[in-house]
Design a protein around this ligand. Sequence first.
Ligand code: SF4
Length: 622
Amino acid sequence: MVENETCPDDMKVKADAAGMTRQVVARWRRDPTCLVQMLREIQEACGWISPAAIDCLQAELNVPRSRIEGVAGFYSFLYLQPRGKYRILFSDNVTDHMLGSQALLERLCNNLWLEPGKVSEDGLVSVGRTSCTGMCDQGPAMLVNNLAITRLTPARIDEMAELIRHQTPLSKWPAQWFHVEDNIRKSNLLLNLNMPAGGALRAALASGLDAGAGDALIDTLKRSGLRGRGGAGFTTGLKWEACRNAPLKPGQQRIIVCNADEGEPGTFKDRVLLTTRADLVFEGMTLAACAVGARRGFLYLRGEYRYLLEHLNAVLERRRKEHLLGNAILGIAGNDFDIEIHLGAGAYICGEESALIESLEGKRGHPRNRPPFPVTNGYLDQPTIVNNVETFASATLVAFMGADEYVRTGTSKSAGSKILSVSGDCARPGIYEYPFGVSVRQVLADCGADDTQAVQISGPSGVCVGPDEFDRIIGFEDIPTAGAFTVFNRSRDMFNVAWNYVRFFQRESCGFCTPCRVGTALLKNLMDKLHDGRGSHDDFVEIEKITRLLQTMSHCGLGHTACNPVLNTVAKFRPAYEKRLQQQEFVPAFDLDQALAAARQMTGRDDAGAHFARETPRGENA
Ligand code: SF4
């Protein structure tokens, strides 16, 4: 079920919510580790997580209510208050803004007589913003009840407002609105691979792969030099070997997890791989399972790609029928492995592998302390391999073609190919696969980018390169990347680009540790202040202080890299900041006197003593 066409608000509510919740709980085997999935399905069915549904969950799962509410409150796509029959979220990525998303949001709100972020008085609709939806090659984009609509135009917005006013079910909205293009523009090793399903498994078996006896395959992976494609770049063969060698406690098993939670703004290549090459991904997971002796696997799919769920489940079902998944894979007794798909619920931090595992266990997605690492202490404290979508697909490729052939592509330090998600100011946004070693300049020429001022590579936490760096190459020895390649021409204000990314980090900080929770908010306030023309040179000193705080005190990579967009653009595009420095004197970003206005109003006290004095004359008490 995708939409709540009959979301009740009458006396039947409690009985309906309880009945539906019991069905959901049964479907997830009454297993509290599946709490996020249960909440997500309740949300889909009812449009929110009602107190009646929480009562029922608490009774059925025997877990404290505080835990259920704590988990539901963590994920931005789960609502503990009604949010309307139509829940609309505009993608807030910088490329959506470049394509006019702000004006479209305002147009829809005006059409519906609605304030952004609020629910309409009749409870019909809410309109808000979300971080990047993974549709940067076909924006502006939005999610309606978690389903993506791309290529928004003013005419489409006006038509949408009419459909909402008439309470037209989503199933009767124009089907082409929900169509997502693949936009594959350039292919190389991986996207050119013409392999029948099971081809790599058969090749690996012929080399001696059997359940838990994957020496040959792990050796092949190590010789291929394959490194993780999700950004960290850890050697895949070593990771699989460490998992295989990790000791098991009684009752434990090894686990395979595919991280399909690509949430870095500007990245969308996993979306295309899962749409067009899902077999390669699932085959890579199965190869990993055979190599380390795992029987259970998860694909953690980002909530924004909810529309892919039925397609991916169909691929899994077909593979079971073809004996490529399930019991006795390829007819070998004991060679058992199966995959279950879990959906994220709007938390960017769950792309971090330990936070993802927490989410898989039915918890808030807080990153864990490391070490220990997931290869020894992962899902439910069991040895776990977590690899990215492209990494698993590439492992299939290596197993099929062999290491010797694979290393012929790429550079000596970065073997194979890399898929880039190209978006922004270019004529042909989409998916481009290159051998490692391609220059930034070459990618710009291929995608039809003119007059380019800067390219943000690997999203906000990555690097921003200007024209004097366009001969740098994509590869672990120079610019490593998870895949985002966002182009900005000379008409763009690079301050606004950094300002958008800073808002992204502030919104997506999981709040677990104070330096990041406070530091990202301080940085956002500071950028707001600069944007409003209240900045002075002293603010650069403040930026340095906040940077030190975030880089040295944060718990995970989000906090460590949250300052990158500002540091990069201050260093390379300083005039974009200088023109905003209209003050000689430092102006605090936080106005304490203004913040006390509500308290003064409530107490009815507005005399001079109730105001914060900015300068206290010498000798007087404040
Ligand atoms: Fe959460 Fe930020 Fe701390 Fe990471 S650094 S744990 S995202 S608050």
